[in-house]
Design a protein around this ligand. Structure first.
Ligand code: GCB
Length: 570
């Protein structure tokens, strides 16, 4: 599925703006894209069902064309109607879906788009709702709203809604593989697979890349081809060069479709100890974060993206993880353009034994597929994470995660696949049964915070032993995807005490210094980039305060420490 694109041939209507929202019979204005929770006080804990409504027009001239509606993401369960006809149903947040609405569109007249949305998370859903206290992994017993994860469960049409008008002859998918390129010879090898609609058969596919052009007669709906580029400019962190790939469907000289993609040529490899970008070892320094902001909730918000990238650069980070769900697609566009690496994570958080059944596994497999389909062409995506902190010491976790690993591998052999585990610690009861399938082992550890509270140095000794043993068991590169401490912005104390800015700064600095010495560690991500809203519970004074920046992006002491460290030491 290709994301909509407005160009000389394709017309895209952005339906962002003020829609109507009906909740329990009451109608009022609401913004799309955004979560509904913070636009009105009485909707803060609303789970729906609610109905969003928008009128739209498609000019009469477009009769005979294909009309597609594309939702960037809706949280969480929804049914879409156009002029009273059901056109789509979707049951996962954070990922796009589409519907061909050609047959239901009234050309030149008013059309009604209605989206019924519910955000009631259940025990075995993605992400996971209320879970029996004994099986809770991250949530707090009795927290409100009840979740088995640590961020606020915002609902709504959280990303763009677009209408795209195309010809029947159209490009439906593109896959780019640059993994066989030869950085040492400055040779770029770009393997392409282009999928087209049935109506395109018999027409010409024109492909242009790096001033080379190919014309291919379309005989079936899937076309493979390859470009070799000498003296290629590789996509690198300090010089993230992007080439424009231009695809056209033509009938003699008539242009029927056009699609353009910015691609980066680079290779990713890994062995027992290292991760390589363009054959050179790469070390990930950065953060786990969230895509959320006051009032907006979990919605696409361009100023926050720009601000976050500018802060990532300012602090000297080179990567982040889209914890704990795929973010708006523009995050990856910017990461490509600015040279930031991304660990792209599926929306699987709070996964427990209640997910380990064939039906839920099917959904999870589908989510992984949909994430890879969406993001496969971004050079910035360095690896796929199939889940965050599942109950992966449960025997039934093994086949579940093996299936997710195999799904991801089948779709993409060019990137490593990881699972983020908080288990597999020295205590044998925490032995993770799924990590063995993954290319890279990612771990979340809170020494000096949840354990060894107030005792950073003792905690670090335990961390040292933990990671050494972990490596001996797995013999795979390790990314420490989370560690950190809450710091209430403006609270200072000496000697450093939990919740003070000094404590967070000391814990972060000492942990990085320790881990940086380990030759099998290929990345260290601080949890978290910024403070974020959580469900109400006694562990969280309104927010999770592990941010290095506040929720509105003011730096805490740790930000300055990291900035010195990351800009100088490595
Ligand atoms: C974790 C989770 C993250 C939480 C964090 C914390 O292990 O992956 O979602 O926010 O710990 O602060 O407890």
């Amino acid at each position: 599925m290709l994301r909509p694109q407005h160009n000389g041939i394709r017309n895209v209507y952005d339906l962002s703006g003020i829609w109507e929202l009906e909740v329990k019979g009451r109608k009022r204005p609401i913004t799309v894209p955004a979560s509904w929770n913070e636009q009105y006080q009485d909707l803060c804990y609303e789970e729906g069902p609610v109905v969003y409504k928008k009128f739209f027009y498609v000019p009469a001239d477009f009769r005979g064309k294909k009309i597609r509606i594309y939702f960037g993401a809706v949280n969480t369960d929804c049914i879409v109607y156009v002029n009273g006809n059901k056109v789509a149903e979707n049951h996962i947040g954070y990922l796009p879906f589409e519907a061909d609405i050609t047959d239901f569109t009234r050309f030149g007249e008013e059309n009604i788009l209605e989206v019924k949305v519910e955000n009631h998370l259940k025990t075995g859903s993605f992400p996971a709702g209320k879970t029996p206290p004994k099986d809770l992994l991250i949530g707090s017993p009795d927290s409100f709203p009840a979740t088995n994860f640590d961020f606020f469960p915002y609902g709504g049409i959280i990303r763009n809604v677009n209408l795209e008008v195309c010809n029947l002859e159209k490009i439906t998918d593109v896959s780019v593989d640059t993994s066989t390129s030869k950085p040492e010879k400055r040779l770029g090898i770009v393997k392409l697979n282009v999928k087209v609609s049935e109506s395109s058969i018999g027409k010409i596919l024109e492909i242009e890349l790096a001033s080379k052009k190919k014309e291919i007669e379309i005989v079936k709906d899937s076309i493979d081809t390859e470009f070799k580029i000498e003296n290629v400019r590789f996509w690198r962190l300090n010089a993230p060069y992007l080439y424009k790939l231009k695809l056209k469907i033509k009938d003699s000289e008539k242009l029927l479709d056009y699609y353009e993609l910015k691609i980066g040529i680079r290779t990713i490899e890994w062995d027992e100890k290292k991760l390589y970008l363009n054959k050179e070892p790469i070390f990930l320094k950065g953060f786990g974060k969230h895509e959320e902001f006051p009032i907006l909730g979990q919605g696409t918000f361009y100023p926050m993206m720009i601000k976050d990238f500018s802060l990532l650069k300012w602090i000297g980070a080179n990567s982040f993880r889209t914890s704990h769900y795929p973010y708006s697609e523009e995050w990856l566009d910017l990461a490509d353009e600015l040279g930031i690496l991304v660990i792209d994570e599926a929306p699987h958080v709070g996964v427990t034994r209640y997910h380990y059944n064939p039906e839920t596994e099917k959904l999870a497999v589908d989510n992984v597929k949909r994430m890879i389909e969406r993001d496969k062409n971004h050079p910035s995506v360095i690896m796929w994470s199939v889940a965050n902190e599942p109950e992966s010491n449960h025997p039934d976790a093994e086949s579940f995660f093996k299936a997710l690993y195999e799904t991801a591998k089948q779709l993409d052999k060019t990137r490593p696949i990881t699972l983020v585990s908080c288990l597999d610690q020295p205590d044998a009861r925490t032995r993770d049964v799924a990590l063995k399938y993954f290319d890279i082992v990612s771990i979340n550890r809170y020494y000096g915070w949840y354990i060894f509270q107030g005792r950073i140095d003792e905690g670090l000794k335990a961390l040292d032993k933990d990671v050494e043993e972990l490596y001996q068991r797995h013999k795979k590169p390790v990314v420490v995807t989370e560690f950190g401490a809450d710091a209430i912005s403006g609270y200072h104390y000496d000697p450093p005490q939990m919740f003070s800015e000094e404590y967070q700064a000391e814990l972060v600095e000492k942990t990085i210094k320790l881990l940086r010495e380990k030759d099998f560690i290929v990345g260290i991500h601080v949890w978290a980039f910024a403070d974020f809203k959580t469900p109400q519970n006694i562990r969280r004074p309104i927010y999770n305060h592990k941010g290095v920046f506040t929720r509105t992006r003011e730096p805490k002491l740790t930000a300055h420490v990291l900035r010195k460290f990351w800009n100088n030491a490595f």
